[in-house]
Write a protein that binds this ligand. Structure first.
Ligand SMILES: Nc1ncnc2c1ncn2[C@@H]1O[C@H](COP(=O)(O)OP(=O)(O)OP(=O)(O)O)[C@@H](O)[C@H]1O
Ligand SMILES: [Mg+2]
Length: 215
């Protein structure tokens, strides 16, 4: 697994409004993304696959996932913990699974997953559901929301890919809905740089620790 030296420098403030301009915040996020991506790229295929299987088992065991009628999830790309098996299993179990469709403005539209044959190539190497788009507000109807992240801190602050897509999407999720970010084991940090537009997640999933609440 990747080493755990992903935290910000202890001499640097990591929360906006405590000494950082928006530019400084963006710079700190960018630096941290680079380190996290590099660590992910050092994982072997076998380590990634094992992480995906462990995360799938943890989510499927979760009572909130078993009770959920509608689940918003995502298909992993690149070195992210694999989620293809999880998405398939949630759908096979009878859940209504919504997947994101990236819009040109980086906001997220949503469409239902209807099996592996229902996916088509989208922009930036993403696979997207071919079904009718339900609009950016469709995520509001999800009983459980599963999102990607490069890191999350103990307050639930989330570092994503840098498009702000999930900051917009998570702002539309009700306050009682579990929102879970899937990480590798070294990606729960003491502090993640966050600004006013950053939306927190309420739970984290890690291969070695399962699903647990943060914040
Ligand atoms: N609610 C919003 N409305 C419009 N733009 C936004 C919003 N939230 C974030 N953004 C834009 O997205 C940019 C990147 O945000 P940020 O660095 O937090 O991305 P991220 O959370 O890592 O990405 P993602 O959510 O896609 O995984 C921000 O600088 C801002 O321009
Ligand atoms: Mg953000």
């Amino acid at each position: 697994m990747a080493n755990s030296d992903h935290g910000g420098s202890p001499t640097q403030p990591t929360v906006a409004g405590h000494g950082g301009t928006a530019d400084r915040l963006a710079e700190r996020k960018s630096l941290l993304r680079g380190r996290l991506r590099a660590a992910r790229s050092r994982l072997s295929q076998a380590e990634r696959a094992a992480a995906g299987l462990a995360l799938m088992a943890a989510v499927l065991e979760l009572p909130q996932a078993q009770m959920a009628g509608t689940i918003a999830a995502y298909l992993s790309v690149g070195t992210e913990p694999p989620t293809g098996g999880l998405v398939f299993a949630l759908w096979k179990r009878g859940g209504y699974v919504l997947l994101p469709v990236l819009r040109d403005d980086y906001d997220l539209d949503w469409a239902s997953y209807e099996g592996p044959d229902s996916l088509v190539p989208g922009p930036r190497g993403l696979l997207e559901p071919a079904a009718q788009r339900r609009g950016t507000g469709a995520i509001s109807r999800a009983d459980l929301v599963i999102v990607p992240a490069l890191a999350v801190d103990r307050a639930g602050n989330r570092l994503g890919r840098g498009g702000g897509s999930y900051d917009r999407a998570l702002a539309r999720v009700g306050s009682q809905v579990p929102t879970i970010a899937l990480l590798y084991d070294d990606e729960l940090l003491d502090e993640v740089p966050a600004g006013p537009h950053d939306q927190r997640v309420r739970a984290v999933g890690q291969p070695g620790r399962g699903i647990f609440w943060v914040g």
